[in-house]
Ligand binder design. Structure first.
Ligand code: CTP
Ligand code: MG
Length: 232
């Protein structure tokens, strides 16, 4: 069976400090988003991509994938979760998909390997799962959220994983979970957070360190270097 992917690409990339939204910055021969879509569209289990774009987006028509038959675009929302929610609406209302799994994958994670998608799809946890990387640094908990701060304690590193995307959940369950988080005033930065808030325990599937999120300027330098070094 094939699976749809919701790709939120409606952010402005504030932390990248570039006038061009980071998903449209150059990576290899094309852009970050082109690279992300290329990896998804070339995977044989992907039915199609629902791409959430910013309301003012003027870059998408220049994409190498513009007009691709497997891509449907929609206008995203204010927060990432709003964009994802609108994509899920389309799957549920327009395509009638409810009791099917969906993948959600950040436009800003271009170096997603097919092997990682395979591993996520092969996982049989009924509530779904996420790609993640075991922490390699020693992890400190701060006394407070503001900076500067001090160390309160050291967290057992063996319990710490860094979440990535894609994340895989049942469409209907994820819609309910995102709506519940919103109703509670909780801002979630990934789908798993919303699911956890509703009491689910998604599977942790070990991913690939190359699938980091392009967030800061240095991330683009690293991604370009990785692409030059060896293809995914
Ligand atoms: N995203 C989205 N809709 C939003 C905000 C973010 O579709 N309202 C997307 C981004 O385009 C990105 C992904 O969600 O592909 C992950 O978000 P993030 O890395 O935070 O991107 P930005 O919000 O664009 O960056 P920043 O937080 O630095 O402004
Ligand atoms: Mg953001």
């Amino acid at each position: 069976a094939c699976i749809w992917v919701v790709v939120p690409a409606a952010g402005v990339g504030k932390r990248m400090q570039s006038n061009t939204p980071k998903q449209y910055l150059p990576l290899g021969a094309n852009t970050v988003l082109d690279c992300t879509l290329g990896q998804l569209l070339s995977h044989n289990k992907i039915a199609g991509v629902l791409l959430g774009l910013g309301s003012e987006d003027s870059y998408w028509p220049d994409s190498i994938w513009f007009g691709h038959e497997k891509i449907k675009t929609f206008v995203g929302g204010v927060e990432r979760a709003d964009t994802v929610r609108l994509g899920l609406d389309y799957l549920s209302n327009q395509l009638g998909l409810k009791n099917d799994f969906v993948l959600v994958h950040d436009a800003a994670r271009p170096l997603i390997a097919h092997q990682s998608i395979d591993d996520l799809l092969a996982n049989t946890n009924p509530c779904g799962g996420i790609l993640a990387i075991p922490a390699k640094d020693t992890i400190k908990q701060s006394l407070e959220t503001s900076k500067p701060s001090c160390v309160e304690k050291t967290i057992d590193r063996n319990l710490i994983w860094q979440a990535q995307t894609p994340q895989k959940f049942m469409i209907k369950t994820l819609i309910d979970a995102i709506d519940y988080a919103k109703s509670q005033g909780v801002e979630v930065t990934d789908e798993s957070s919303a699911m956890e808030l509703s009491g689910y325990q998604p599977a942790l599937i070990e991913g690939d360190t190359r699938n980091f999120k392009i967030t800061l300027p240095i991330d683009l330098v690293i991604a370009n270097a990785l692409l030059m070094h060896e293809p995914l």
